[in-house]
Design a binder for this molecule. Structure first.
Ligand SMILES: Cc1cc2nc3c(=O)[nH]c(=O)nc-3n(C[C@H](O)[C@H](O)[C@H](O)COP(=O)(O)O)c2cc1C
Length: 154
């Protein structure tokens, strides 16, 4: 299958998870592209006035995996804006994951995932997996492995 991993990553955590996922899916024989959503000014201080710069195209992919950081107990505004303007996701399988600094999913992770799920479902996409990596968790590496493993069974 042709799989697009489309992420927003400001400090590289989400990107590092996405790279592992790409390796896993590629090793399983899929064609995988990793693309980044960026903003004209990606500084979190400008989060209220986001203008997107790199806007990856979703059309050619059978499966899409979206990844982003949690910002202010919610989904990063850059991914939020990107998903709001993405065209129809009808017929596509979707995975959504977030990374967050805090150890508890209740502190933004769940909220961010719900926002991603709703945005994708509102465009007709079918969400097959969701995942949260808590960056300061002692078991972080195991959490990453678990997410990569689950998402890899596409
Ligand atoms: C502006 C901003 C707000 C953040 N807010 C939260 C938050 O509410 N909860 C949390 O757990 N982490 C928060 N973080 C930490 C990031 O979610 C975390 O470091 C994430 O893994 C960063 O991903 P990235 O390296 O791909 O950008 C915030 C980071 C930034 C820059």
């Amino acid at each position: 299958m042709k799989i697009g991993i489309i992420i927003h990553s400001y400090t590289g955590n989400t990107l590092s998870v996405a790279q592992k996922l790409k390796e896993k899916l590629t090793a399983s024989g899929h064609i995988v592209n990793l693309e980044q959503v960026t903003a004209v000014n990606g500084d979190p201080k400008e989060a209220r006035n986001v203008v997107l710069k790199d806007i990856p195209d979703t059309k050619t992919y059978d499966v899409l995996i979206f990844g982003a950081p949690v910002w202010a107990f919610s989904l990063s505004p850059i991914m939020k804006l990107y998903l709001s303007q993405v065209p129809s996701l009808q017929g596509k399988k979707i995975g959504c994951f977030v990374t967050q600094q805090l150890r508890f999913k209740l502190l933004g992770g769940n909220n961010a995932i719900n926002k991603m799920k709703k945005a994708c479902q509102s465009k007709g996409g079918s969400v097959y997996e969701t995942g949260i990596v808590n960056w300061s968790h002692k078991q972080r590496e195991a959490m990453i492995e678990e997410v990569v493993d689950r998402f890899g069974r596409v």
